[in-house]
Design a protein around this ligand. Structure first.
Ligand SMILES: [Zn+2]
Length: 361
């Protein structure tokens, strides 16, 4: 069972961005950011209830996603029609009927969901989020102008964005892959969503999210821009995060200022373990293991998922990866798995070591 005492929801937009937007002089941006922050709070409480509920309670409330056991993708996509009621959402599409749809958000999440399912299935033989054929449920157009996307422990939920700073959170495959990977992590290492373990949880989602996008677009380590959420953020110079150069995803943004992510351990942010402190800066400090992965994958060369991805997946699914793991634990495990997969003193092992060295872990 999950010992995670914060029971947080996993969202793509960190509190440090929403806090900035809440202070905006543009009333629409500020109002919608406050509403998005409120939704995060509500989702978190849903999740606390969900994790404590008995099987019978979960069944009555319809909170259980089916483990289909099937080895092909099972997915349902719903339209919330800018409301916040899941039970009233309309089914847009499912794998069974493969309906023709016109909804752009709907098409985006089908594409991103398929790319993610294929990534895990074709590369690692993984059968969905839980490896037992879990039915993937995705909800688009949640609430009016919500600035976020979530994995809430049983489904993926996407807002449309405020239309000024953010557009639809379905716009980037890496964001969809990021959210789905939170589900994978929850079923594997189940890393605590606080402090270094939380930053690793975030980092695994960015690492697999970027590889899902790279594979879908056939981009090798040199062609990829290593940006997360570049389409979700409005403006050609902005993205949510940069894995290649954490701290440069947005610079002098009129509402958000500068990207505060550190790339190296000496810049690690010791923040309070609270919602406003992003549970010890999980979305900030994730820049450090993200950067280590980028350097490792870049030095190995080719397609990131072929070698670096295998190493990181072996770590994520290794029972030795503790729920409260620290960066140094993941560093050690990536070296061990690189040695197992590619041999001691192989170029892959040296690349992994170089990655952690440059991230100063
Ligand atoms: Zn996340």
């Amino acid at each position: 069972m999950c010992k995670n005492h914060f029971n947080p929801i996993h969202c793509i937009v960190p509190p440090y961005m929403l806090t900035k937007l809440m202070e905006s002089s543009n009333k629409k941006i500020a109002d919608l950011a406050i509403n998005s922050d409120f939704r995060s709070f509500r989702f978190r409480n849903d999740r606390i209830y969900f994790q404590k509920a008995s099987l019978q309670e979960k069944t009555i409330l319809g909170l259980i996603s089916k483990q289909t056991g099937k080895e092909t993708m099972q997915m349902e996509v719903y339209d919330c029609k800018q409301k916040t009621d899941f039970t009233g959402a309309t089914l847009l599409w499912n794998t069974k009927n493969n309906q023709k749809i016109t909804s752009v958000a709907g098409k985006n999440v089908i594409k991103g969901g398929k790319a993610s399912w294929d990534f895990y299935g074709q590369l690692f033989g993984r059968n969905s989020i839980d490896n037992k054929g879990l039915l993937i449920k995705q909800y688009v157009h949640y609430d009016k102008g919500m600035d976020n996307a979530y994995w809430d422990g049983r489904r993926m939920v996407y807002g449309d964005g405020d239309g000024l700073v953010f557009t639809s959170f379905t716009s980037d495959i890496d964001v969809i892959g990021h959210e789905l990977t939170h589900g994978v992590t929850e079923n594997e290492a189940n890393l605590d969503y606080e402090n270094q373990a939380g930053a690793l949880n975030e980092s695994f989602s960015d690492i697999f999210g970027i590889m899902i996008k790279q594979r879908f677009n056939n981009l090798d380590v040199k062609k990829s821009d290593w940006l997360i959420g570049e389409k979700v953020m409005i403006g050609p110079k902005y993205a949510l995060r940069s894995m290649k150069a954490p701290g440069t995803a947005y610079i002098n943004h009129p509402e958000l200022g500068n990207d505060p992510q550190p790339a190296t351990m000496d810049k690690y942010q010791n923040l309070p373990n609270t919602q406003s402190g992003d549970f010890g800066g999980v979305h900030l400090n994730s820049g450090i293991p993200n950067f280590a992965f980028y350097v490792a994958a870049f030095n190995i060369g080719g397609y990131a998922w072929e070698k670096a991805g295998r190493i990181w997946y072996a770590v994520l699914t290794d029972v030795k990866l503790a729920q409260n793991a620290k960066f140094s634990d993941v560093k050690n495990l990536t070296i061990v798995h690189a040695e197992n997969l590619f041999g001691i003193n192989s170029p892959e092992v040296n690349a992994v070591k170089q990655g952690w060295l440059e991230a100063k872990v």
